[in-house]
Design a protein around this ligand. Sequence first.
Ligand SMILES: Cc1cc2nc3c(=O)[nH]c(=O)nc-3n(C[C@H](O)[C@H](O)[C@H](O)COP(=O)(O)OP(=O)(O)OC[C@H]3O[C@@H](n4cnc5c(N)ncnc54)[C@H](O)[C@@H]3O)c2cc1C
Length: 499
Amino acid sequence: MTQKQKKVVVIGAGAGGLSAAVQLARQGWSVCVLEKEDCPGGRLGALESEGYRIDLGATILMMYDVFEQFFAGLGKDINDYLSLTRLNPCYHLNFADGSRLSPSTDLKHNLDEIRSLCPADVEGYLRYLAQIHRRYMTARYEFIEKPMTRLREFLNVKTLAGLMRLKTLNNMYSDISRFVRDERVRMSLTFQSMYLGISPFQTPSIYTIIPYVEHAHSGIWYPHGGMNAITHALVRLLDEFGGELRLKAQVEKILIENNRVKGVLCTDGTTIAADIVVSNVDFPNTMRKLMPEGSTGTYTQARFAHMANSCGCMMFYLGSKQKYDNLGVHNIYFTHEYKKTLDQVFVQKRLPDDPAVYLYAPSRIDPDVAPAGHEVIYILVPVPNLAGRVDWEKEAVAYRSVVYEKLERAGLPGLRQNIVFEKSADPTVFAERFNTFQGAGFGLAPTLFQSGYFRPGIKSKKIAGLYFAGASVHPGGGVPVVLVCGRHVARQIQADYPV
Ligand SMILES: Cc1cc2nc3c(=O)[nH]c(=O)nc-3n(C[C@H](O)[C@H](O)[C@H](O)COP(=O)(O)OP(=O)(O)OC[C@H]3O[C@@H](n4cnc5c(N)ncnc54)[C@H](O)[C@@H]3O)c2cc1C
């Protein structure tokens, strides 16, 4: 049978599902992507209403080279699909004492900025940069770029030596504290763990590579139209390679016979036969909801109850009739007590008294995402996921006021009066809309024992023809990493089913 005759069903049109689908379609497989919503993208989706186009999840494009390579690997030029601008400064960091830091990809600028906060930390920042490049290269090429489907890929001299080099036993905050002393500078080099939905006080220190990627490696980029433009590009590629995308097609069960996939059953009762199934649904929920009883191997309900998950998000998607000139595209508002706030979310698992807020305002540089003279404002507050101690029905409304009051005090006066469009989401919405386990935002937490070979893998060990793509499987979360995951899946399928 040729690949064209062999059928792949991909469940979910998130970045991971679309990445796998595009590569497989290009390899010649007959590919059908089934997405339960009426639009593709998942956490790389957008809401479009009343002239506003607001990204739902991902907003920061980093590891630009991964995107460039992704398109190049398909024989395409990224510039034919996306219009990209590098952001300088990368973001504006607003501290509770009123001071500010705006790191960029310009080293001298960063040194001046750090000097203005704490002259003694300039030397420490340089020492941090000097040692981190090697760790980044190890993380990227010994771990992210390897599919980790076999134990020997992990347990070999090179990888183990790499692991030692990564010095992952420390946490991110204590690792950065070896280099810089000022709490604000420490915050500026550790808050990035929140991109993965975990506390820098619990995150393996390897994630100190993220500020390096932002400041010194490839920077932060903005795709015209917002991050959702990447989803549009992936859908266009899928179409060009002859793949099919079906919207409003929710899968209820993966059909399995004699430990081999047979296809999927949709909630409308239709059955779609397939030789290969790739699930892009959050891995724990693929196992918990889509797999027939007895076919999940070691991934039992009890096991998931003990796995570390990422935090949830409280989101506000706003249209403001007033523009705020003091905003950049990416803005962070820190709290008075960094550790206390993070411990309230990650240890006590309750809503923090003083929320840390990320605010994204793409209309600062992109007139096409809002009506003329209006601002798009996206607010993200890290909160516990549904395993936490929050009663969302009771607490969400009051917490909205806490968040808005903070922002109004921090430089967005009259914000609430200026809102002409508003939608919100909390982990209960995430559980429903994105079908994520415990309504978490970012997938299984990348703790040491949920990383590399120890993370759920891209290929089922029990069921032939079943593969997984997405943030909760290796190599992990974040749009560029999930795109790499899709590529691993396609290559693995090609290796398992050669023509
Ligand atoms: C608030 C937020 C901010 C983020 N910010 C960034 C950022 O700035 N930069 C960055 O790189 N990353 C960011 N991320 C992470 C990034 O968005 C994710 O890692 C990535 O988009 C996950 O892609 P995925 O393919 O794994 O899953 P998803 O995007 O969740 O895709 C899964 C898809 O499956 C569909 N689906 C679920 N169940 C079914 C079913 N039964 N049948 C059919 N379809 C189904 C869903 O509707 C969805 O479309 C952010 C995430 C969040 C939540």
